[in-house]
Design a protein around this ligand. Structure first.
Ligand SMILES: [Zn+2]
Ligand SMILES: [Zn+2]
Length: 316
């Protein structure tokens, strides 16, 4: 499949010109990573794998030649390759919460970067448990990693990757980018977060997985882009009608995720410039078309709605 054909270019809608691009700082061997952009890598809600696309959650921001990966659901490595990101350029990873549709490929992703030539450091940020997640992965691939270090002269991957635990508040700050977390509502998980990225006068907010959560509107106030999870109510009701045992699942979904109309309410209250939908539930029901998603959100939000899909690009 031709990745370029499948990309939708939203255009330079946000007006951050190339004048802000500058040479790479401190990573001399890193190739150019292209223009500043947001790329949705995986847009499906939940861990079920039913097709090549959409895959579970992951996103990429490239700003000033540095990549920031947000969530690492299954499929993230290949989606990064398709998005044109050289894997050894991987630098920062942020996990919003420890559901597997957001973290299953964290270990394999950094491994794949290493197998592809990574020699520089990676910092991985996540709620409590991020260190254990990586440690367990190192244990599972200890034989291979030790073998390749001795046999192929590779650096020790375990020393290149640092895990950082975050909670509500400041997560990360550099000269270029500031990242802040807001705890959202995603039972039964307590440590689940929305993340705000601020850079060059621009703001991108990711809702993470959350039920309707009005404080998110304040957190995302005036954002250039709000990437929000979304659930389509009528399709869930159809699911329950087909399968009486799905009632428990239905209760979980409503307590932990946000219906399309409520996503619109958050975007309207936050007065965001662009609402990008992702983490679709259902994620693989062909009858719920982009027009259906848009119409459901349009009831409560008059602004710019973009129905996300894997490899969709937003120029920054
Ligand atoms: Zn999820
Ligand atoms: Zn979740």
């Amino acid at each position: 499949m031709d990745a370029r054909r499948r990309k939708i270019l939203i255009g330079a809608a946000l007006g951050l010109g190339t004048a802000l691009l500058r040479p790479t700082l401190g990573r001399a061997q890193q190739p150019g990573l292209g223009r500043d952009r947001l790329v949705l890598l995986g847009t499906k809600g939940g861990p079920r794998v039913t097709s090549y696309a959409p895959t579970p959650s992951s996103n990429l921001i490239v700003y000033r030649n540095v990549p920031y990966v947000i969530d690492a659901g299954y499929g993230v490595t290949f989606k990064l390759v398709e998005a044109g990101l050289p894997l050894p350029a991987l630098r920062y990873i942020f996990i919003t919460h420890h559901h597997s549709d957001h973290n299953l490929e964290l270990g394999p992703l950094v491994y794949n970067a290493w197998a592809t030539g990574l020699r520089s450091s990676i910092d991985a940020y996540g709620p409590a448990g991020i260190q254990e997640l990586l440690d367990a992965y190192w244990q599972s691939e200890r034989f291979d990693i030790d073998t390749r270090i001795a046999d192929e002269g590779r650096p020790d991957l375990r020393k290149l990757v640092s895990a950082h635990t975050y909670a509500q508040g400041p997560v990360f700050a550099s000269e270029d980018v500031k990242v802040t977390a807001l705890r959202n509502v995603h039972p039964p998980i307590v440590e689940s977060y929305a993340l705000k990225f601020e850079f060059g006068g621009k703001t991108i907010v990711f809702s993470g997985d959350t039920t309707y959560f009005p404080p998110l509107a304040e957190f995302a106030k005036g954002a250039d882009v709000l990437v929000h999870e979304v659930m389509y109510g009528p399709a869930l009701e159809a699911l329950v009608q087909k399968n009486p045992n799905a009632a428990t699942l239905m209760a979980h979904l409503k307590a932990s995720h946000t219906l399309a109309e409520d996503v619109g309410r958050i975007a309207a209250a936050a007065e965001v410039k662009m609402l990008v939908l992702n983490h679709f539930v259902p994620g693989d029901d062909k009858s719920v078309t982009p027009e259906v998603w848009t119409a459901a959100v349009r009831k409560t939000f008059a602004g710019n709605i973009v129905v996300g899909r894997d490899l969709l690009e937003v120029a920054l």
